[in-house]
Design a protein around this ligand. Structure first.
Ligand SMILES: C[S@@+](CC[C@H](N)C(=O)[O-])C[C@H]1O[C@@H](n2cnc3c(N)ncnc32)[C@H](O)[C@@H]1O
Length: 245
């Protein structure tokens, strides 16, 4: 971060005040963008990240996270045998959209969701990759919608649609919203929904707390390590008798 600031300051040779140059350098860092290209599922998926170098809560959603990348890559591995063709999928905390885009190329009907301030960044990547001059490139063109966990549930009526999958990668990192995240997963699931929640162990105590909550609230069918033991994907269904309408 310090090196970047020095580099940006050095690029400014106009006779402006130090404070102005500093502010301009910070502005440039705030909007700093980076493109990453993935060869996945026989095609190129291009993802723009924004606010690279920022450490704010919102910048988190504008960046690619290793678990999302690992899961997207895992989707095409021989060891992964779930079918997404014609399945209704809702993704929580979709961020830059890589996972939802990959699932769309597998033939799923995907709704990518994130915080209201993030979804325009998600949508940019979704449109860039899944539509070519108004021509849809996937069987179902993915939708992008706001969904703040525990808050916007009225906009997502229970069991309508009946999602086949509820997916969230790298969404387990804010302890105060664990209950909201769990309530949201329950709200969106029916007895047939497969829930896939992937998390990295970064702060052991925190992730263990989530894990305990998750095991108390769902019927955990299994778990698998994607790219080493630190990134775990929990596979679950809601408990019998929950969410009947
Ligand atoms: C670490 S990022 C992971 C992004 C993406 N899934 C990936 O793997 O690259 C976590 C995502 O959760 C979103 N998020 C955080 N708190 C949220 C909340 N309360 N409601 C909805 N989304 C939230 C963030 O905006 C961010 O996009």
């Amino acid at each position: 971060m310090g090196d970047l600031l020095a580099e940006l300051l050095a690029q400014n040779d106009k006779p402006v005040s130090y404070a102005d140059r500093l502010e301009r350098a910070r502005d440039m860092m705030r909007t700093r963008r980076r493109r990453q290209v993935f060869q996945l599922l026989g095609r190129e998926i291009s993802i723009w990240e924004s606010d690279v170098g920022e450490e704010t809560d919102l910048a988190i959603g504008k960046r690619l996270w290793p678990g999302g990348v690992a899961f997207a890559e895992f989707l095409e591995s021989e060891n992964f045998n779930m079918s997404f063709e014609d399945k209704k999928v809702i993704e929580l905390g979709a961020g830059t959209g890589l996972v939802g885009i990959a699932l769309s190329f597998l033939g799923a009907d995907v709704t990518l969701t994130d915080l209201p301030d993030i979804i325009s960044y998600t949508e940019e990547n979704v449109l860039l990759n899944t539509v070519d001059n108004d021509t849809p490139l996937c069987k179902y063109t993915p939708q992008v919608r706001p969904l703040t966990w525990g808050r916007d549930l009225a906009a997502y009526p229970r069991n309508d649609p009946r999602y086949d999958y509820v997916i969230g990668m790298e969404c387990v990192y804010i302890e105060p919203v664990f209950d909201d995240l769990i309530a949201t997963i329950k709200h969106l699931s029916t007895e047939n929904t497969v829930i896939l929640i992937g998390y990295h162990v970064r702060i052991k105590k925190r992730e263990e707390k989530f894990r305990k909550l998750f095991f108390e609230n769902f019927d955990v069918l299994g778990e698998f390590a994607v790219k080493g033991p630190a990134f775990t994907v929990l596979m679950a269904k809601i408990l019998p008798g929950e969410n009947i309408s």
